[in-house]
Each structure stands twice: as C-alpha cells, then as structure tokens.
Design a protein around this ligand. Structure first.
Ligand code: AMP
Length: 114
C-alpha cells in the first residue's frame, strides 16, 4: 500500500470506483474517463509502480490479470474484439503509477495507437 497512490486508495475503499470484480489479489473497475464504450482497468492489489517493477515472482499475478481481463471483456459484451494496453513510464503514456491493464471494447480500434 502506497498511501499517496490513487489506485491503492480505491483498493482500500477510501475513494469510490465502479468495481466489476475483486478477489484477494486483483481488482477491476471502470475507468472514470472512458475512451471506449467499454473501458475498465485490472490492477494488482499490491502496489507495483510500473511494469519494470514486476519480478519473476509476479508471473502468476500477471497471468491472473491477463486472464481476468479476457474473462471480463467477454462478460461485458466484447466478444467481437477488444484491446488490452499497459502503459509504462512517461514515454509509454503512463499517468498513474500503480500498474493497470486497460481493457477497451465495443468500438473499432486502429493501429498504430498514436
Ligand atoms: P495510464 O495513463 O495508462 O496511467 O492510465 C491511467 C488511467 O486511470 C486513465 O485512463 C484514467 O482515466 C484512469 N483513472 C485515473 N483515476 C481514476 C479513478 N479514480 N477511477 C477510475 N479510473 C481512473
């Protein structure tokens, strides 16, 4: 827990979020500035600042995040396709320094993302 981290505050229940799923390791909630009709975030409950801070010990956690993203995308009606994104550090476009997997769906995506 990082007391200054906005996502740790959501996990702790200190600020509200539209939670979709939660277990002892991870949480998923709707992004509050959605960039698609479906846009949610899957995060670990333990504070990890960036993808570069994940270690070999986090392999199962990373897989759990990915498969939960897939399951929830399908449950939320994204069976025609969806995108997952993890931004890392300033050049990667990261703004919240608690790792999160974006899941976006129900609109046409384009490549490159810009
Ligand atoms: P990133 O730029 O990859 O770090 O993405 C951070 C995401 O977190 C953005 O899409 C924000 O809209 C989202 N976000 C920030 N604060 C909140 C919040 N309190 N509840 C839900 N989503 C948030």
């Amino acid at each position: 827990m990082d007391t200054k981290c906005i996502f740790c505050k959501i996990i702790n229940g200190d600020i509200p979020a539209k939670i979709i799923y939660e277990d002892d390791q991870i949480m998923a909630f709707h992004d509050n500035a959605p960039q698609a009709p479906v846009h949610f975030l899957v995060i670990p409950k333990k504070h990890v600042s960036t993808l570069n801070d994940l270690t070999e010990d986090d392999k199962a956690l990373a897989g759990h995040i990915l498969f939960t993203a897939q399951r929830l995308a399908l449950e939320l009606g994204c069976e025609e396709g969806f995108r997952v994104v993890m931004n890392c550090n300033p050049l990667g476009g990261q703004t919240v320094y608690h790792i999160h997997m974006h899941v976006l769906g129900q609109r046409q995506m384009h490549w490159p993302p810009g």
